[in-house]
Design a protein around this ligand. Structure first.
Ligand code: HEC
Ligand code: HEC
Length: 315
């Protein structure tokens, strides 16, 4: 087979997003991207060859899966599959922030017994037998396929999940078009002292990445799993709200089926949990205001991103 040379590429980043930090050993290239995508959609990553990353992270749902909690072979993981957009800017990953970057994150689902349940060693042996992987690995990282290559290629592909082309972005940042009257009222409420939504769901990613408890009580200790501090029980990383219309069910445990339910929950002052944030208090929103907030949240959907054929599994 003829030597095919690799080519460096650049991620397409909206002008109003901050600069992206990319690890020096994982500058994106065509071959790295191709390899990462191939791995993301390869069932060989799961023990019984039934699932791939894209089974739980579906592009058309902004890389979520529509399930309350993710299910794989009648085992359910206890958490709702989060969106994977704009993770290049996330200072840590997972609901309790236990994983520092995308390169290391890929190890979690592979080993996790409720997910792929395969050891990295077994996976490497599987992929080494595949000539196409060996060629791609050499082309992308100039070495045989191993844990270094697998984790980097997956991270390289996932850094390209950049979503910043919603109606909100066009109206707010690019000054193109207008909100409807209801969307505008929802925008004003979202950024108001009354709701404080934007103090946690901050621009431009609609998250400050801070940990907070909304008072949900389901036994999931959240941040306490990492810090072992009692006051961190029930605290979770503030999630992005980009594409929120299509990423339900909501919350780490998928306990709310619709945005209306989420707004009702906030309006009632959240749940009974002990370490609830002092920003989560009853709001007495009118029916119209609740609808306006939902209308605003629906402007955060980036239809071009979720319909991007380049991200979908290639046959
Ligand atoms: C069985 C369904 C399932 C599969 C398969 C799966 N994931 Fe996930 N993924 C989840 C769930 C659930 C979480 C949330 C875990 C948590 O916070 O504890 C998650 C979290 C993540 C996160 C962290 C996101 C964030 O905001 O912190 C990344 C990145 C990710 N997955 C990528 C992958 C990759 C890459 C693969 C394939 C190697 C994969 N996932 C396979 C269900 C799945
Ligand atoms: C104190 C910080 C804080 C404030 C204020 C706040 N949120 Fe949240 N929000 C969070 C956290 C943390 C979560 C995730 C909780 C979990 O997973 O259990 C969340 C989750 C959500 C979700 C579900 C996201 C998903 O992907 O499942 C929506 C929607 C949401 N918030 C909207 C709002 C709106 C609208 C407001 C204002 C009325 C608001 N939030 C105010 C911190 C906050």
């Amino acid at each position: 087979m003829a030597e095919k040379k690799d080519k460096i590429i650049t991620y397409q980043i909206p002008s109003f997003f901050p600069k992206m930090d990319i690890p020096a050993d994982n500058i994106p290239s065509e071959a790295r991207m191709e390899l990462g995508k191939k791995l993301f959609y390869d069932v060989q990553l799961s023990k019984n060859q039934t699932h791939h990353c894209g089974s739980c992270h579906v592009v058309s749902a902004a890389f979520t899966d529509g399930q309350r909690v993710s299910v794989i072979q009648e085992n359910s993981v206890n958490r709702n599959a989060p969106t994977l957009v704009n993770l290049a800017w996330s200072p840590y990953l997972m609901a309790e922030g236990g994983v520092p970057n995308l390169e290391l994150q890929a190890l979690a689902p592979i080993h996790e017994s409720h997910e792929f349940n395969l050891s990295m060693q077994e996976l490497i042996l599987r992929l080494q037998e595949n000539e196409e992987y060996q060629l791609l690995s050499q082309r992308a990282y100039q070495r045989p396929i191993d844990a270094f290559v697998i984790t980097r290629a997956l991270a390289c592909f996932q850094r390209s999940f950049i979503s910043g082309d919603s109606k909100f972005d066009r109206v707010y940042y690019l000054k193109q078009g207008n909100f409807s009257a209801s969307e505008q009222r929802g925008f004003d409420l979202f950024f108001s002292e009354q709701t404080q939504c934007s103090s946690c769901h901050a621009l431009p990613f609609f998250t400050s990445y801070e940990f907070a408890s909304l008072g949900l009580t389901d036994g999931d200790e959240g941040l306490k799993r990492k810090t072992y501090l009692e006051e961190d029980a029930g605290k979770f990383k503030t999630p992005t709200l980009r594409n929120i219309e299509i990423t339900g069910p909501y919350m780490h445990n998928g306990s709310f089926g619709s945005l209306v339910e989420v707004i009702e929950f906030y309006n009632a002052g959240g749940g009974p949990g002990r370490y609830k944030s002092n920003k989560i208090i009853p709001m007495s929103l009118t029916e119209q205001e609740k609808q306006d907030l939902v209308a605003f949240l629906k402007t955060l959907t980036d239809w071009n991103f979720v319909q991007n054929a380049k991200l979908v599994r290639s046959e």
